[in-house]
Design a protein around this ligand. Structure first.
Ligand SMILES: N=CN[C@@H](CCC(=O)O)C(=O)O
Ligand SMILES: [Zn+2]
Length: 412
């Protein structure tokens, strides 16, 4: 099956070869071809070029994209898409003056979601998640990482991971699963954090590895949740079973999680709302991708990741949604890209690079996603008629997507 798209106003994020990540001033460049064509063959990008050089091609279908642009789909490398119900009441509690921390201390927060999830049948959990997945696909997300972490018992964590496995099987979108048993301390372990980490390391990780239910491991490295030492134990156990780490660090406090992540070859360190000089130094020259989650900052009214400082220091940066019921009940990567420009002073080029090429790195899928490159998955966004790609983050809150392609197939 061959599809030819012609008269594309601008084909954005064109890369001759796969580049793994962009850092510092490299992020300012966003290569594109104006007045372009793109050929899709089966599920992949087969060829592309300028309309001046369009060869004669035998194809099954043709699309005229006059006035419209094509970008690679967004890659959302950090979500908690599988959850039961919602936490709307906590939203109202925060409006009335309680902080995220105060709500968690009253038994709300992650533990509240865990209680709901433990009582939810697997099929219902699957159906609730399918709705969210379909929504984010329509919003242009073409690859997504999904974490467990609202189970907090072996049984409930396995339930979440089985839901993710079923999504992998049922949807043509690339999904990576991350085991986040160390998300919050279950009540039963209230005074014995170490015993819960023992359970994660000695029971949960081996079982999850045996059933091949996760690609990565994660831990919430934060005051009141898990220490740097706990996080190191989780990362080491993950490594032993072939699951690299992607960790939650520096959301509220800088306690040394970034350095630990880098030293343990974490694929990514995520959140980074609170960064100090040592954190930035630790990331320099490392293979660990820093990931910012600006819609979490928006929803919780907490600081935004200091992107300008980080990029100007020569670091790479990726963007993701953090879609979850507590801190970010939104999976809209378009909003994330806008917020990165509006609140983090990233240029449109930097933000688009962060949500595509660097995001693919943070998910471990650089070979197949993140750019318009021959042989990569034809996971694409076809925009409505827009004046420029910078209009996407500029004109925030509007839907500029006309159609999306997953593995070469148009959705609408
Ligand atoms: N911070 C840790 N985990 C999630 C929030 C979890 C929740 O509040 O339910 C996050 O990434 O923001
Ligand atoms: Zn998260």
């Amino acid at each position: 099956m061959k599809t030819l798209i012609t008269n594309i106003k601008e084909l954005v994020q064109v890369r001759e070869h796969t580049i793994s990540k962009l850092q510092g001033i490299e992020m300012k460049e966003l290569p594109s071809i104006k007045n372009a064509w793109l050929l899709i063959e089966n599920e992949c990008i087969a060829d592309f070029g300028s309309m001046d050089s369009l060869p004669t091609l035998e194809v099954d279908s043709k699309i005229d994209a006059t006035g419209k642009m094509i970008l690679p789909s967004w890659v959302d490398s950090h979500t908690h898409l599988v959850y039961a119900g919602n936490r709307e009441q906590e939203f109202v509690d925060r409006i009335n003056g309680l902080t995220y921390e105060e709500i968690a201390n009253k038994g709300g927060g992650i533990v509240n979601s865990a209680q709901k999830l433990q009582q939810t049948e697997e099929d219902s959990l699957y159906e609730q998640t399918v709705k969210r997945l379909k929504e984010v696909i329509q919003l242009g997300t073409g690859a997504i990482e999904i974490k467990s972490g609202y189970g907090l018992t072996l049984e409930a964590e396995l339930k979440m991971l089985r839901v993710i496995k079923r999504l992998k099987e049922e949807f043509p979108i690339t999904i990576k699963a991350t085991f986040l048993g160390a998300h919050a301390l279950p009540k039963e372990y209230k005074d014995n954090r170490e015993a819960y980490i023992d359970e994660i390391v000695n029971v949960m990780i081996p079982k999850i590895a045996e059933e091949q239910l996760a690609d990565y491991v994660d831990a919430f490295c934060e005051k009141g949740y898990f220490t740097v030492e706990d996080t190191i134990r989780v990362m080491e156990a993950g490594k032993k079973y072939g699951m690299p780490a992607k960790i939650h660090v520096n959301q509220f406090n800088a306690i040394g999680g970034i350095k630990a992540g880098v030293e343990n070859s974490a694929l990514s360190v995520d959140h980074l709302e609170v960064m100090n000089t040592e954190d930035i130094e630790a990331l320099k020259g490392s293979e660990t991708m820093p990931v910012a989650l600006p819609s979490c900052s928006l929803f919780l009214s907490i600081p935004y990741t200091p992107a300008r400082e980080m990029i100007d220091a020569g670091l790479p940066l990726a963007l993701a949604t953090d879609y979850n019921p507590g801190s970010t009940p939104s999976g809209n990567m378009n909003l994330v890209v806008s917020l990165a420009c509006i609140k983090m002073r990233m240029t449109p080029e930097e933000a688009i690079n962060a949500a595509t090429v660097n995001a693919a790195y943070a998910m471990g899928i650089s070979e197949t996603h993140g750019s318009i490159t021959k042989g990569k998955k034809a996971n694409l966004i076809l925009t409505k008629e827009i004046p420029s790609y910078g209009f996407l983050p500029y004109s925030f809150g509007s839907n500029h997507i006309e159609n999306v392609f997953l593995e070469g197939q148009p959705l609408n």
